[in-house]
Design a protein around this ligand. Structure first.
Ligand SMILES: C[S@@+](CC[C@H](N)C(=O)[O-])C[C@H]1O[C@@H](n2cnc3c(N)ncnc32)[C@H](O)[C@@H]1O
Length: 357
């Protein structure tokens, strides 16, 4: 997967960071590691208990992006941060004025230059390759279905939403769309450029997704998910779905963080080899992309940590749902995994949780 991950893939990303944030609140870890991606999931872990946060990524670009965001978080108030990132709609001129008035580090100034002012139009959050793909998919869904999904996001309760959903997006049409647009081959060709590893689970992918979408619309309100807003509206318009990084309580926590951030340009496996006292790991969905030998190595590293001290590992997986090794079963938390799958507002993930706490 080295080629696929070398670019600017994730400027917002789709992981529901509320999941990790609740575990950090409960467990109060000190030494925390997170696969970096857009940085949003990692920064959501910055509880007052945390002394060190390690942001690990094989992509230097993603690390630079997170470092740049951190610079903005330190120097801007929440309202201006939302404007610069693109969570609030403002003119390009207004964005330029805020950036010009902010004393960014030299690194940040160099980083911004790569975007050649593209960020001024709509902010940064829609610039990643993954986000551009989802927005393209969204345009296609809206164009091909001729459906205005706005009423779905006006619904305030699951009951109301279910009725609207069945009316504007009948089951058969949803099934047709999911089976054609979210077909593994389509994703592999258009998004992963042929680099996604083979599917291992037995349930057909579109059926799995269909079940998850139906479950989502029966149990959660669409407006609370930024991923659903992105997919069906093509932008984030409802504040209820804003990710944690722009929620006042968490933004405050990030600003007040007194510990140390460490940016690590390496694989998670290599990082874990160097660690003896990590007590919380948010591993994103990297297990979906690892080869068998790397998965086995990761399982062994986790086994050592879980047996030697108290720690907690959380991974997601998408499409390919690998077992991390039966030798980890004594630490597997199936009940928590199921709970997370129901809570997860991005719908697509399976969870893998291992803990010795
Ligand atoms: C796996 S991707 C998935 C992002 C996620 N699905 C989302 O949309 O929010 C997250 C990050 O993991 C990085 N990555 C991929 N494989 C990795 C590995 N083995 N170790 C560390 N980082 C990795 C990628 O560069 C990317 O920035």
């Amino acid at each position: 997967m080295s080629n696929y991950f070398n670019f600017f893939n994730y400027s917002l990303a789709n992981e529901d960071t509320r999941i990790e944030a609740q575990f950090v609140d409960q467990l109060q870890p000190k030494q925390v590691a997170a696969v970096c991606g857009s940085g949003a999931r990692a920064f959501a872990l910055l509880n007052s208990s945390v002394q060190d946060l390690y942001l690990v990524d094989t992509s230097q670009f993603q690390l630079d992006y997170a470092r740049f965001k951190w610079d903005l978080i330190q120097k801007l108030n929440l309202e201006d941060y939302k404007k610069i990132m693109g969570y609030t709609v403002v003119t390009a001129e207004h964005r330029k004025q805020i950036l010009n008035a902010t004393h960014l580090t030299e690194e940040s100034q160099i980083f911004i230059q790569q975007f050649k002012n593209q960020h001024l139009e709509n902010g940064f959050i829609y610039l990643g390759r993954w986000e551009r793909f989802i927005l393209g998919l969204s345009r296609l869904i809206r164009w091909a279905s001729g459906t205005n999904f706005s009423p779905l996001f006006e619904s305030r309760s699951e009951m109301e939403q279910k009725a609207v959903f069945q009316n504007i997006w009948p089951r058969k049409r949803l099934q047709f769309f999911i089976s054609t647009l979210a077909h593994p081959r389509v994703l592999n060709i258009f998004l992963y450029k042929g680099q996604m590893v083979q599917q291992l689970n037995t349930k057909p992918f579109h059926q799995d997704l269909m079940d998850r979408f139906e479950n989502f619309f029966e149990t959660q309100t669409a407006r609370q998910s930024f991923f659903m807003q992105l997919l069906f509206l093509g932008k984030i318009t409802h504040a209820d779905g804003l990710p944690i990084e722009v929620q006042p309580e968490y933004f405050e926590k990030m600003k007040k963080f007194k510990g140390t951030l460490h940016f690590k340009h390496m694989t998670l496996n290599d990082f874990l080899k160097t660690q003896n006292n990590i007590d919380f790991v948010s591993g994103s969905d990297i297990v979906s992309y690892l080869q068998e030998s790397q998965l086995y190595e990761l399982g062994q590293l986790m086994l050592r940590h879980l047996s030697e001290h108290r720690c907690f590992y959380l991974f997601r997986s998408f499409k390919r749902h690998p077992a991390l090794g039966t030798f980890l079963n004594p630490f597997k938390k199936s009940d928590l995994e199921k709970k997370c799958e129901i809570q997860d507002a991005s719908v697509v993930y399976q969870f893998h949780i291992y803990s010795s706490l």
